[in-house]
Design a protein around this ligand. Sequence first.
Ligand code: ZN
Length: 319
Amino acid sequence: MPYDHRKTAPRTLALALALAGCCAALAGCGASQASEDSTASGKGGTPTPPPAVDATPTAPGAPDASTTTPTAPTASTTAVPSSPSGAQGSRSLAGRTVVVDPGHNPGNFKHPREINAKVDIGTARKECDTTGTSTNGTAAQAAYTEAAFTLDVSHRVRDLLTARGAKVVFTHDANRPWGPCIDERAAIGNAARADAVVSVHADGSAVGNRGFHVILPARVSAGAADTGPIVGPSRELGEAVADRFARATGTKPANYLGGGTGLDVRKDLGGLNLSTVPKVFVECGNMRDPKDAALLTSAAWRQKAAQGIADGIATYLNG
Ligand code: ZN
């Protein structure tokens, strides 16, 4: 959902994609959208069981496993940061609070009425949330939903950040039937007085549209929305995350928006509009593109994605 599908997506296409869930396809779900504006995605969504794709919660062959387990003091090597992506990762984040917002909720598919209910985002009224997108399933492999993807990546980000001493707060952990709504997602970050908030998503755009991007809040002031104080710091956070994500994953910025910068600025996302603390959305890739989907469904790649997000947050916080 990263890009504003409403400008580009034919309505018929949107309807066709609605069952698939996401955001974006047309719309780009993204999180953004997805969570926020994709009206199509929430409707008629057939409950899709969380996919079975490579859902191993831990990093495959994770070379960093030892560093994320504080209780494994095996003598020799555990104290050496094994992150290949930068020195920032080894600096302490003690005293810092990071809110991680896993886009969507696996249960949203079963609660269309609730997630389609409108909430006030200051500049407009929008759907509470959406179902999110998914990969295109095949006969051999079930579709992998964006909601499952975001939870998995978020868990990995949490492990990496807590290992560095940060306090990590989730907006949800699939421990509720649906939601939270986009306004509540923002409120959780605000209440935590977070030093940084990252909302994790994957897009649902056209085949051939590839790559990641980070969505930054535009300057808006209307109703409860006033992003003036967070536009600057959110851009710093977003640029750090985009840079580190590219380095950690080896993937390129989106080729379908942002002019190759990997950055997009939006004023229609409630999760950003209502935030009073630095916040960005990360669209890790396009679930509807087979090549991107091959990455997104790989646990090893998701660990790299999480590393990039965590490194970006650490870079921002350590300045
Ligand atoms: Zn999304």
